[in-house]
Design a protein around this ligand. Structure first.
Ligand code: BGC
Length: 408
């Protein structure tokens, strides 16, 4: 049966600056690579110079929207001093999207921090929210005429848990007991030099609080320079579920509160809409043997429905800002996309006000601590020669985008 989406629904894919652009050296991640703690990012997909050809492909693949991020370290290489060349570059990028009738969704900050900021303590600092708000306001002041939707930040909970609990991302602080659990996309390898102990737990809570304050401060600063701009942040929702056991139900409730709702409660009054990044479903007390993606994650794209309904409790307009699968041989991506889109459709039927769907990712790219091995792209990238090849699943998605519908 054909399931049709609301008229004007946006279809597209997402990228993030550090993961695709290449040539970014003044960030905490580039520094960590120089120290041998994470893989080098180098020229990545050379998207910084190849963005027009990449957007041509997105257009050919039926997309009508594109989510990208701008790189803080390019725009503000020195505290309080903004680089006009960097802004000029992102203006050209946004113009290239408009020329192809792709609606831009811009994320102001996607994980990587300028070195001057991270070296002073990053989001552990008391004045981090003000520093972040100043940067955010600058971005919207300079780019706001070319984009009407900005997300302040990407996945604050993933950023803080990988950096301060698991210790596998900069600044590599590890809470003692998290050696035992795997949190999202941090990779299986633990950084052996990570500082361990109980202090990271306190710092984690401080960072989460500062991130919420940073989002709220950025929201107000943006509204001052551009009241009509739609402001959101991008939330990573893990669906924690439970079997029949009441003890497991309590565990799931606590996990959902700590991972999703706590941050949301602090920020939802400073949001015009919300982006959802969905990758994980897990059930306490579950004995099933799951089919796994290349990331070794459970194959459960249809549960995006639950994640959307969780965010829909805020009554805010939503968009799927990410959702996708690492699948180097493209044997499961088409099915994954279809099920994810069907889950999105079902959430809409139940009242979730979803306005768009962005697959992660347009291109294969730098998958953080896992380097270039993981292949999330609709378009395969040959890193030897930068040749792009759309995968067969990209055409299945194209069919969905162009018909604004999915067949069950
Ligand atoms: C992040 C992306 C990442 C993707 C796949 C999301 O958590 O926003 O940067 O590449 O997941 O792991």
């Amino acid at each position: 049966m054909k399931k049709t989406f609301p008229e004007g629904f946006y279809w597209g894919s997402a990228t993030a600056s550090y993961q695709v652009e290449g040539g970014i050296e003044n960030t905490d991640w580039a520094q960590a690579a120089r120290e041998g703690r994470v893989p080098e990012c180098g020229v990545a997909c050379e998207h910084f110079t190849r963005y027009e050809a990449d957007f041509d492909l997105a257009k050919e693949l039926g997309h009508t929207a594109h989510r990208l991020s701008v790189e803080w370290a390019r725009i503000e290489p020195v505290p309080g001093e903004f680089d006009s060349q960097a802004i000029a570059h992102y203006r050209r990028v946004l113009e290239a999207l408009h020329a192809r009738k792709l609606k831009p969704y811009v994320t102001i900050w996607h994980f990587t921090q300028p070195l001057w900021f991270s070296e002073k303590g990053g989001f552990e600092q008391k004045n981090a929210p003000q520093i972040f708000a100043r940067y955010s306001a600058h971005v919207v002041r300079e780019l706001g005429d070319l984009c009407d939707h900005f997300s302040t930040m990407n996945e604050p909970n993933v950023f803080a848990s990988n950096g301060w609990l698991r210790g596998s991302w900069p600044p590599f602080k590890r809470f003692a007991i998290t050696d035992m659990v795997s949190i999202t996309n941090s990779g299986k390898m633990l950084d052996s030099k990570a500082s361990k102990g109980f202090k990271p737990l306190f710092l984690y809570f401080r960072v989460m609080k500062n991130l919420a304050l940073a989002h709220n401060a950025a929201y107000h600063a943006i509204k001052k320079v551009s009241p009509q701009t739609e402001v959101s942040f991008v939330h990573h929702v893990i669906v924690f579920d439970a079997n029949w056991n009441p003890f497991n139900k309590i565990k799931a409730w606590i996990a959902n509160y700590m991972w999703t709702y706590k941050f949301l409660n602090r920020t939802k009054n400073c949001c015009d809409s919300l982006g959802l990044n969905y990758y994980f479903y897990t059930q306490f007390g579950d004995k099933r043997v799951w089919r796994k993606t290349d990331m070794d994650w459970n194959f459960a794209p249809e549960k995006i429905e639950v994640a959307l309904l969780m965010l829909a409790k805020t009554k805010l307009p939503l968009f799927v800002s990410e959702g996708g699968v690492a699948d180097a041989v493209d044997s499961m991506r088409a099915e994954y996309i279809k099920l994810q889109v069907l889950g999105t459709w079902r959430a809409i039927q139940q009242g979730a006000d979803v306005r768009g769907h962005m697959y992660w990712s347009l291109l294969d790219n730098y998958e953080w601590a896992l380097g270039f091995g993981m292949r999330f792209g609709l378009i395969a990238v040959d890193y030897e020669n930068q040749v792009r090849t759309p995968r067969p699943s990209a055409y299945v998605y194209k069919q969905i985008c162009e018909s604004n519908a999915v067949v069950e």
